[in-house]
Design a protein around this ligand. Structure first.
Ligand SMILES: Nc1nc2c(ncn2[C@@H]2O[C@H](COP(=O)(O)OP(=O)(O)OP(=O)(O)O)[C@@H](O)[C@H]2O)c(=O)[nH]1
Ligand SMILES: [Mg+2]
Length: 437
């Protein structure tokens, strides 16, 4: 794989002012020469012509950037061709490149894969790069940038380093019981393992903030029929996403709108009004509404202001700490009483305050403050395995069994960053104990 030089259009497909074509691999330099390019100094842009290697026809006039190995994104020789972003130009250059021996089109993610293989980044950073490209909201981009900068890598590497150290010490106790080892070595090992376990458990117990930022928060709008749930959804989405009518039971299916609220990605779901009876279809809709409410990160309970101060009991029963209570049709209410956001979707009264409160709730659900949160189920799974193995190690009857569990715990952490080595355990033993006779 590494012997082949890969190339691909790095910018989005379609018509644009400029398109960037990227090459990586040992044949890059030859390919550029075959294309008639004058190689610019490393990492400096130069203007050049791009020529078809067989017909010698000029395909474009653009910029060339040259990143000799190992100081490049992939760690290999890399070049970036900045050409005019028209279909014909891009096609002709890609065709010319594929005609050059040793070159082939890149597979999806192959540049990043090579960067990982050449130690330019670990797995969490590679994942963050994908997240950054996919980011649609400011919070997603911020989180991805932080992870790409190594925030998770450092945390996980540090845990693994400490664990490997503890394991090395334990191995020393096992292998050299008669040696002059410091007597408190075992205590030190278990003290360190306990601290690690606490740290990882705290990281795991973050309420899924990082995953919420990355995947979007699920918000369900629930309430009795005709309260104005669909009207509220439409107001938030600024479009007629759901049908609004004076007939109770209008919404039956779940209507989802994906949107950006205050910089956070949210999936807003409008649901069927909660009530008894109705027909089979409406009953199914109500079942789905309840399921959405149960799965949601946040709920918006909309009560019908026409009934004020009475509130629908079925909806009230679902109100909990993660519910924003709204009474709609405030225009029909002369004296608002009770704890709720009073709004009128019809007149717009109270909507700004409601949106501000909703954003505050979203932020407190998703914002992780200073600590870098977990961002993926893959990480969660590996960390859980690690914590379980640490717990087993502590409870093990023999140091040999404990060591095996610590090894599994370290491997789980190694899988997070994509680095699993055994050699380093030996290194630590010899460095720390100088058992070299
Ligand atoms: N007076 C008044 N009427 C409103 C307001 N908001 C919505 N309505 C009306 O209330 C009726 C029901 O609105 P919808 O948004 O369809 O209510 P819903 O909660 O989605 O109802 P279902 O889908 O049947 O559960 C419609 O006739 C709306 O025009 C408001 O703030 N004031
Ligand atoms: Mg509705």
């Amino acid at each position: 794989m590494a012997g082949e030089t890969i190339f691909a259009l790095a910018s989005a497909a379609g018509r644009a002012g400029i398109a960037v074509i990227r090459l990586s691999g040992s044949h890059t330099k030859t390919a550029l020469t075959r294309m008639g390019c004058i190689l610019p100094p490393a990492r400096k842009a130069a203007r050049t012509r791009f020529i078809d290697p067989s017909s010698r026809e000029v395909l474009d006039d653009g910029l060339l950037l040259w990143f000799p190995a190992p100081h490049s994104f992939t760690g290999e020789d890399v070049a970036e061709l900045h050409v005019h972003g028209g279909r014909a130009v891009i096609d002709s250059i890609l065709t010319a490149l594929s005609s050059i021996e040793g070159l082939r089109p890149a597979e999806p993610g192959e540049f990043t894969r090579r960067a990982f293989a050449n130690d330019k980044m670990d797995l969490t950073q590679a994942e963050a790069l994908a997240d950054l490209v996919d980011a649609e909201t400011r919070a997603q981009a911020k989180q991805a940038l932080r992870q790409m900068g190594g925030a998770l890598k450092e945390l996980y590497d540090d845990w693994r380093h400490r664990l490997v150290q503890a394991l090395a010490h334990l191995e020393a106790v096992i292998d050299f019981p008669d040696e002059d080892l410091p007597p408190a070595v075992a205590d030190k090992v278990w003290g360190e393992v306990g601290e690690l376990r606490q740290g990882i458990e705290k990281h795991l117990d973050d309420g899924g903030r990082g995953e919420r930022i990355r995947e979007g928060l699920a918000i369900a709008i629930i309430g009795p029929p005709n309260a104005g749930k669909s009207s509220l959804l439409n107001a938030l989405a600024r479009r007629e996403a759901a049908i609004v009518s004076a007939i109770p039971g209008t919404t039956r299916d779940v209507v989802e709108v994906h949107m950006n609220l205050g910089g956070y990605a949210v999936m807003l779901a409008d649901t069927a009004g909660l009530r008894e009876a109705g027909d089979v279809i409406e009953n199914e809709g109500i079942k789905r509404a309840r399921a959405r409410a149960a799965d949601a990160d946040l709920k918006i309970a909309v009560f019908d202001g026409a009934m004020h101060p009475a509130r629908d009991a079925a909806t009230a029963a679902l109100v909990d700490a993660d519910t924003l209570v709204v009474v709609n049709k405030a225009d029909l209410i002369s004296s608002p009483t009770g704890n709720a956001q009073f709004v009128s979707v019809k007149t717009g009264a109270g909507l700004d305050a409601f949106v501000a409160e909703l954003q505050r709730r979203i932020c407190s659900k998703a914002d992780s403050g200073a600590a870098m949160p977990l961002t993926r189920a893959r990480h969660r799974k590996a960390l859980k395995e690690c914590v379980d193995a640490l717990a087993r190690a502590r409870a093990a009857s023999l140091p040999e069994l404990a060591a095996e569990d610590l090894r599994l715990a370290a491997r789980a952490l190694g899988r997070l960053t994509g680095r699993v080595e055994v050699e380093e355990i030996l290194d630590v033993v010899f460095r720390d104990f100088c058992i070299g006779k």
